[in-house]
Design a protein around this ligand. Structure first.
Ligand SMILES: [Zn+2]
Length: 341
């Protein structure tokens, strides 16, 4: 895993520093995108056209993001348009992530403080792209630590206000035509800009999203509460905790499910297993039990296949640190990473 520290310099300088450090990730991911386009019978020009439509929306709403992408492209010595390509992935209604995010709040935990555990599962080949970005705030924004295998944005993270966000979605029936930011870019902006679950919900609703981020299940948790935003083709539905337990496992459990392809059965069994595990330990859930749950092989929650658990993360939202395992949580040691102030 690469540990990448980014300071409070300008957007361009930040992008440039990142680009220099992740040139290998960019090359690996760009060849993956080109392969995926070809597999789906699409040309590179088609993907670039989608990306340039996203760029127009970014130029209007978040011009500073484009400065960062310019810097990244120069730092990695790669074409700017090719870096933009990632904003349009998945290019069709087809992606197969298998992640689990488990949150325990209120009466479920030992001290009433929310705990979140998350396994990031994707193609084993991407293990070498694992990064942990430790980002110091600039202007009036927040600092955060975020994990990702991508070029732009993060796949989960915690900021210094105690807000967590991560995604564990599934494939939509179709990809809507709306343009804007990818879910990874949205998560980074939420960490930089939002202080609480409520402000993050408003931010996600208002921000223009590529294909409405359809198929994404955002799990948000702050020092008090947790909620899931299930993103559909044009709208989103909120899912609240039941018995102070809330789990995202690639299954849609609100009316948004009608707009998604049927989830694999394992998504429901992982959900039910985690729920039962937490119910049986009501009032006793702590970091140790979360670690045990993330390492479970009976369903499994910790996977050792072509789709593999690449990274595992545990946070308590009132503590400015993230526990991160590089690889399967059953064997990799969790390291403590502090969130900068
Ligand atoms: Zn394992």
């Amino acid at each position: 895993m690469k540990f990448i520290t980014l300071g409070s310099e300008s957007g361009f300088a930040r992008g440039f520093a990142l680009g220099k450090m992740i040139k290998d990730v960019c090359i690996h991911n760009l060849s993956f995108f080109k392969r995926r386009l070809a597999e789906e019978g699409l040309t590179l020009e088609y993907g670039l056209r989608l990306a340039l439509e996203n760029e127009k929306v970014m130029a209007e709403h978040f011009p500073e993001l484009l400065e960062e992408i310019q810097g990244l492209a120069e730092g990695a010595q790669l074409p700017y348009n090719h870096i933009l390509l990632e904003t349009a992935f998945p290019f069709t209604a087809n992606a197969s992530p298998k992640c689990t995010i488990i949150s325990a709040i209120g009466t479920t935990t030992t001290d009433g403080i929310p705990i979140v555990g998350r396994n990031y599962d994707f193609l084993l080949d991407f293990k070498k792209c694992n990064q942990l970005r430790i980002v110091t705030r600039k202007n009036k924004k927040f600092s955060f630590v975020g994990g990702t295998i991508t070029i732009l944005g993060v796949e989960e993270g915690l900021n210094n206000a105690g807000l967590f966000i991560g995604d564990a979605g599934w494939e939509p029936e179709e990809l809507p035509s709306s343009r804007g930011l990818s879910s990874r870019q949205i998560m980074q902006l939420v960490l930089e800009n939002c202080i609480s679950v409520d402000t993050a919900i408003d931010f996600i609703r208002q921000t223009p999203k590529f294909a409405n981020n359809a198929g994404t299940c955002y799990l948000l948790a702050d020092k008090k509460e947790a909620v899931i935003m299930e993103m559909g083709l044009t709208k989103c539905c909120l899912r609240k905790p039941e018995e102070d337990i809330l789990i995202a496992s690639n299954a849609f459990l609100t009316p948004i499910a009608e707009e998604m392809k049927p989830s694999e059965l394992t998504a429901f069994t992982r959900h039910d297993f985690a729920k039962k595990y937490l119910q049986e330990r009501k009032g006793k859930v702590d970091i140790k039990s979360m670690q045990e749950l993330l390492s479970d092989h009976s369903i499994p929650t910790c996977t050792h296949n072509e789709i593999n658990t690449l990274r595992s993360v545990i946070v308590k939202t009132n503590e400015r640190k993230m526990l991160v395992a590089d690889g399967n949580p059953c064997i990799s040691k969790f390291e403590k990473i502090l969130i900068p102030t």
